[in-house]
Design a protein around this ligand. Structure first.
Ligand code: ZN
Ligand code: ZN
Length: 283
């Protein structure tokens, strides 16, 4: 059962990203690899592993270093508030996908997809202060992992690294420098959007450490409160229209979005989850 040439698990790498890279090293498809590992990954690889243990699976294969335990902690808590991942995880027509930060992928030594990029609520990158990309800038397809890197691309010649699109093989990171810092201008986003993106970022920290606090309330709550916070609409899940394209329209004064008012911010940030742990800066 032990495998050779197993890639290290990068910090908070999603299971589907790691299995995609592992399958390439073994020169098999992710589906063949999953079958060998007795793992059902058809609908959602992250949820499939949340039902068992990512760490236990990794230990069965090899002694590759990684943050498997932290991924398990997040996913097993998520299962308690969202057993199938329908409410919190990104899917399109029942297929799991990731958003991504083009600047992170462009500057990574090892190109990989983070677990937080699977979450509907994780809209922006706190390192590069920009919105995440929804899809490939060349073919407009979402990044659906695990994918077969060995046969990827329009001609089936494959891709070597995950900063390339599995469909068109072009770089997912094209133009990444123009995105860096694009959210720094407060007057381009509404207070409601600012509060929702901040809340969204806090969800991962709450799932990782198991507790959360509300602004202005001394009490510490269980992470299970996230379920109510989501139901109340305080996460950027539905009817959240802020995208790169929309931000660009606002910059050029072509959008009718009502930015710069402070009406709703108070209410939403009162429910803002306080960051207990910054999972993106602990690498
Ligand atoms: Zn980034
Ligand atoms: Zn593409």
């Amino acid at each position: 059962m032990r495998l050779v040439d197993v890639p290290n698990h990068e910090f908070m790498e999603s299971p589907s990203s790691w299995l995609t890279r592992l399958a390439l090293r073994q020169v098999v498809s992710p589906r063949e690899l999953a079958s060998y590992l007795d793992l059902s990954i058809r609908v959602d690889c992250e949820m499939a592993l949340a039902r068992t243990s990512f760490e236990e699976l990794a230990n069965r294969i090899a002694e590759a270093p990684g943050s498997f335990r932290m991924v398990d902690a997040v996913m097993q808590r998520l299962r308690k508030i969202d057993p199938n991942g329908d409410r919190f995880l990104l899917r399109r027509r029942s297929v799991a996908y990731h958003r991504y930060c083009a600047a992170c992928l462009a500057t990574d030594r090892v190109k990989y997809f983070r677990l937080e990029w699977r979450f509907k609520c994780w809209r922006w990158c706190p390192i590069h202060v920009c919105l995440l990309q929804e899809r490939c800038p060349h073919c407009s397809k979402e990044v659906m992992l695990p994918g077969d890197m060995y046969c990827a691309g329009p001609d089936g010649l494959g891709i070597a690294t995950l900063d390339r699109c599995l469909h068109c093989a072009e770089l997912l990171t094209t133009g990444w420098q123009t995105y860096v810092g694009s959210l720094e201008e407060d007057d381009l986003t509404t207070p409601r959007e600012q509060a929702l993106t901040s809340n969204g970022r806090s969800v991962l920290a709450a799932l990782l450490c198991g507790r959360l606090r509300m602004k202005g309330v001394p009490k510490i709550y269980s992470f299970k409160q996230l379920k109510n916070i989501e139901l109340l609409g305080y996460l950027p899940h539905v009817n959240f229209q802020l995208t790169h394209e929309e931000l660009h329209r606002r910059k050029k004064g072509e959008s009718h979005a009502h930015v710069g008012t402070g009406v709703q911010k108070k209410k939403l940030s009162a429910l803002n989850v306080i960051h207990r742990q910054n999972i993106t800066s602990d690498a």
